[in-house]
Design a protein around this ligand. Structure first.
Ligand SMILES: [Zn+2]
Length: 337
């Protein structure tokens, strides 16, 4: 099973997920034990994770962190072992000198370094979801205006046509293709609304295999047309296919509720797909007049995730101005397919 994974910057990538061997509840996560003794494997990536985490304990001003800081070199030498021992003694009264996946020491490290709770994460999603629903509602009203009255020189239908032309280049299509596209769009946004009624479809999955790289936490992942995979589970990772999974990157400081709503709208389009059965991919990311969107044809935009998100955003805020959180990037999946 391939997943559409949105990185912190750029277009979504189509990748298989690897099952996590370390379901540690937090951003500090290792695959094998680190430290001294027969259990320790000291894989360089895991050692680096621990060295960095211990240093952050000191940065936070919490007792038990190393000073001077450890070199984050992936080598578990005497200084790293001493720092592990000191942290365990001060914080946990443990003396085994080894940090195991999902055990007390790593749980404590996570508590200190990233005390964000499940409730915090839910609160953030709760702020974004109503904005998503408003945007879907506004998009549907725009589409309905032009579908029911047809092109008009002024009024809601004219406004809707202008928006559809800028975000989807519908004016480059024949009249019959245009009306077909409007109905397709209406069907798609109706399905987005159906997803939003079941808020469980937006899964908070802050700890994810793909977030092991803390430098580039992933924002969201979903499966193409997962909407139609009700109840199905990915054999490799036990993740539900009929969910939009929000990763750690979604909970970063820069993701405001408005930005979060935009991300979810983008993911909804991958999740539902085009109503003619095609996948919605990333032919380019950005606002309608950005460099990587401008060259896209109507057909490419109608299968482009950001075009759906930008159109719905404009319908909601009633302004064609590009929001600061929209960044342009070349297509990802578009190239891969
Ligand atoms: Zn995407």
């Amino acid at each position: 099973m391939l997943w559409t994974v949105m990185p912190a910057t750029g277009s979504c990538q189509l990748v298989p997920l690897i099952p996590s061997s370390s379901p540690t509840a937090g951003p500090v996560s290792i695959s094998q034990p680190v430290g001294r003794g027969p259990l320790a494997r000291n894989l360089p990536d895991d050692v680096r994770t621990i060295q960095d985490a211990l240093n952050q304990v000191t940065v936070k001003g919490v007792a038990g962190g190393p000073l001077p800081f450890l070199d984050v070199d992936g080598i578990c030498g005497p200084k790293t072992n001493a720092a592990i021992a000191r942290f365990q003694q001060v914080q946990l009264n443990i003396f085994d000198g080894v940090i195991e996946p999902n055990k007390k020491t790593i749980i404590k490290l996570n508590e200190i370094i990233d005390p964000v709770s499940e409730e915090d994460l839910r609160a953030k999603v709760r702020l974004a979801l109503p904005i998503v629903s408003q945007a879907i509602g506004a998009a549907l009203r725009n589409l309905q205006a032009i579908i029911t009255t047809g092109p008009a020189p002024a009024g809601p239908a004219a406004t809707a046509a202008d928006r559809l032309n800028r975000h989807f280049k519908l004016d480059t299509l024949s009249a019959s293709k245009q009306s077909e596209a409007r109905v397709d769009l209406f069907r798609s946004f109706t399905r987005y609304a159906a997803v939003m009624v079941n808020t469980e479809a937006i899964n908070i999955d802050a700890v994810d295999e793909f977030d092991l790289d803390k430098q580039n936490p992933k924002i969201a992942l979903t499966t193409g047309k997962g909407f139609f995979e009700e109840g199905q589970i990915d054999e490799d990772t036990n993740k539900r296919l009929d969910r939009i999974h929000l990763g750690l990157g979604f909970f970063a400081q820069n993701v405001t509720p408005e930005f979060g709503a935009f991300i979810i709208l983008h993911e909804l389009s991958h999740f539902v797909g085009h109503s003619d059965g095609r996948f919605i991919i990333d032919n380019g990311r950005g606002w309608f007049d950005d460099q990587f969107i401008k060259p896209l044809s109507a057909d490419q935009r109608l299968t482009n995730a950001d075009s759906y998100a930008t159109f719905a955003h404009e319908c909601r805020v009633d302004s064609p101005n590009k929001p600061a959180f929209v960044k342009t990037a070349p297509g990802g999946l578009g190239g891969a397919r």
